[in-house]
Design a protein around this ligand. Structure first.
Ligand SMILES: *[C@@H]1O[C@H](CO)[C@@H](O)[C@H](O)[C@H]1NC(C)=O
Ligand SMILES: *[C@@H]1O[C@H](CO)[C@@H](O)[C@H](O)[C@H]1NC(C)=O
Ligand SMILES: *[C@@H]1O[C@H](CO)[C@@H](O)[C@H](O)[C@H]1NC(C)=O
Ligand SMILES: *[C@@H]1O[C@H](CO)[C@@H](O)[C@H](O)[C@H]1NC(C)=O
Ligand SMILES: *[C@@H]1O[C@H](CO)[C@@H](O)[C@H](O)[C@H]1NC(C)=O
Ligand SMILES: *[C@@H]1O[C@H](CO)[C@@H](O)[C@H](O)[C@H]1NC(C)=O
Ligand SMILES: *[C@@H]1O[C@H](CO)[C@@H](O)[C@H](O)[C@H]1NC(C)=O
Ligand SMILES: *[C@@H]1O[C@H](CO)[C@@H](O)[C@H](O)[C@H]1NC(C)=O
Ligand SMILES: *[C@@H]1O[C@H](CO)[C@@H](O)[C@H](O)[C@H]1NC(C)=O
Length: 249
């Protein structure tokens, strides 16, 4: 009886701890961060260097695997797309704010939690915008149709007021797929509570029970989920071009 009480106390204690060496800390004013909550959360937990400076592909691969169990090919593809825009002075490292570059994966109009570049700050979490997205989440978990509706409403609203709107549907579907996939974790269903913490605090919700996926996640998984979101949005594919549209952005 006592032993089992002690054991459950121990388990409870373990359950409320960030992994050893990976306590969440607020970034310092001098630390660099990106427009991507998932990357920022990794740096806030020390899976990527907390200063956010001069990070190599090898460090990204290790950090993203340890934090979320995404595979090396996924990470290499993403990092390589940003490498031409590095401001580190080295051609094989990135500062996290190098991910601000407009219209490559990560920074795009109609973001779920950032404002469009047209309105100024395309980098920082924007509570007002996030609230319009989170208003769609009425249940304990976020289903694909709900994520699809939240994304579409946000993009439609952004497109209506931004005369310079440029976004690829592929990127937009992809980023919704990313948060759904990352926050599925081992539980393999996306808890609303986890997603709120992830976006609002840029914190991985270990304290609330989150555990990363125990199977490696790759491009195919993200692509499949992105397609499911596209289909749930009434699009025939990831491009989602209107039948006769000549738009190519
Ligand atoms: C930045 O990274 C490069 C490549 O890994 C390394 O050679 C260099 O010493 C680093 N510079 C600083 C200031 O950390
Ligand atoms: C990166 O820089 C190194 C040393 O400056 C150079 O030898 C190498 O060719 C460069 N690589 C690319 C892909 O530009
Ligand atoms: C909007 O786009 C026009 C034309 O490309 C450009 O000149 C202008 O600087 C952009 N405005 C903003 C605020 O990005
Ligand atoms: C995105 O916004 C940040 C912060 O306002 C700014 O420093 C950066 O220049 C913007 N990105 C581009 C490509 O202009
Ligand atoms: C957040 O976005 C809203 C809506 O576009 C805007 O009015 C507000 O100024 C933004 N807040 C910040 C802090 O940039
Ligand atoms: C994205 O899809 C919408 C239809 O939902 C379409 O109107 C728009 O042109 C598409 N945008 C791009 C960049 O393909
Ligand atoms: C996770 O859930 C998705 C959707 O329900 C399913 O397709 C996938 O096989 C599951 N993955 C694992 C590892 O159980
Ligand atoms: C992954 O986690 C799930 C849920 O906890 C469990 O059912 C499954 O056996 C685990 N798989 C592996 C390979 O550890
Ligand atoms: C759509 O495309 C078809 C075939 O290219 C063309 O005949 C038709 O006139 C177009 N409709 C509109 C509304 O542009």
């Amino acid at each position: 009886m006592l032993a089992s009480f002690a054991l459950s106390l121990l388990l409870a204690t373990l359950a409320v701890c960030d992994p050893k060496g990976h306590r969440w800390h607020h970034p310092l004013p001098t630390d660099r961060r990106s427009p991507c909550p998932g990357i920022n959360a990794l740096a806030n937990h020390g899976y990527l260097p907390r200063h956010g400076l001069n990070i190599s592909l090898a460090q990204f691969i290790t950090g993203i695997r340890e934090g979320y169990n995404f595979d090396a090919i996924f990470t290499a593809d993403a990092v390589n797309s940003y490498q031409p825009f590095t401001t580190t002075g080295y051609n094989n490292t990135l500062n996290l704010n190098d991910l601000d570059h407009h219209s490559i994966p990560g920074e795009f109009d109609g973001s779920l939690s950032r404002n469009d570049l047209y309105f100024g700050d395309n980098h920082s979490f924007n509570q007002t915008i996030w609230n319009t997205v989170a208003a769609h989440f009425h249940h304990d978990t976020i289903s694909i149709p709900v994520a699809a509706r939240a994304r579409l409403d946000r993009v439609t609203a952004a497109e209506a007021i931004n005369p310079n709107f440029t976004a690829s549907n592929v990127t937009s579907f992809g980023t919704s797929a990313l948060y759904l996939q990352v926050m599925r974790g081992q539980y393999n269903a996306t808890k609303t509570k986890y997603v709120q913490i992830f976006f609002r605090e840029e914190r991985i919700p270990f304290n609330e029970g989150y555990r990363r996926s125990n199977v490696s996640v790759g491009n195919e998984d993200i692509g499949q989920l992105a397609l499911e979101i596209a289909l749930a949005s009434g699009c025939p594919d990831l491009e989602c071009r209107a039948q006769n549209s000549s738009r190519t952005n």
